[in-house]
Design a protein around this ligand. Sequence first.
Ligand SMILES: NC(=O)c1ccc[n+]([C@@H]2O[C@H](COP(=O)([O-])OP(=O)(O)OC[C@H]3O[C@@H](n4cnc5c(N)ncnc54)[C@H](OP(=O)(O)O)[C@@H]3O)[C@@H](O)[C@H]2O)c1
Length: 212
Amino acid sequence: MRIGILGSGVVAKTLAAGFIAHGHETMLGTRDPARLEPWLAQNPKATVGSVADAAAFGEVAVLAVKGAVAADVLRSASAAPLAGKPVIDTTNPIEDAPPAHGVLKYFTTLDDSLMERLQREFPDLRFVKAFNSVGNARMVNPQFSGGKPTMFICGNDEGAKKIVTGILDQFGWETADMGAVESARAIEPLCILWCLPGFLRQEWGHAFKLLR
Ligand SMILES: NC(=O)c1ccc[n+]([C@@H]2O[C@H](COP(=O)([O-])OP(=O)(O)OC[C@H]3O[C@@H](n4cnc5c(N)ncnc54)[C@H](OP(=O)(O)O)[C@@H]3O)[C@@H](O)[C@H]2O)c1
């Protein structure tokens, strides 16, 4: 598939390398493509363009920007080239504030998640929450002695979730579909839980698994 990644941070770069390793064509979209020249030299199969270029390029889009600017970035992409496309939403609504005893602060409440806000503003996009509840170092081909970790996903569009489940399968995850967009109220805070051992004990190498 052609994957358009909106963002150029560590998540965008990690997932881009993963998509390329798994045989997909990938374009990163950023405000400053020139800044990515050193990365492009090391990842010659990737391409880089503006946010709008990446939105138009992808059959599937990945939203990998700071949570507070997620809506702005989608506006700058102009939603039209993304209409009808699955958009993998990796973002978390983290406030610009220090964690309290390791607990991140969010600018959303338990009654309204970031992905719901985005889905309301961009009703034609098929958002699927994924990759937000694990550190970037474990996003692609995670290896654990306890077996495959679980990626919790949600979104309103069954077809989009099926495509994302296929990608997660390729990337070495088992997928737990937690329902519609409102379930992001539960999945986004998993990042708070995931980060706690890191902030408290410098342990960043874990992932979640759902046991049945
Ligand atoms: N880091 C992780 O391990 C991890 C794990 C799970 C989920 N997440 C989530 O994934 C998302 C990406 O995380 P990240 O760590 O890769 O990067 P980040 O530092 O949260 O975000 C970097 C990206 O945000 C964009 N950005 C920042 N300020 C902007 C502004 N004012 N206007 C427009 N764009 C702006 C940048 O765009 P330009 O390219 O244009 O500069 C850059 O691509 C976040 O929502 C984060 O919470 C992160």
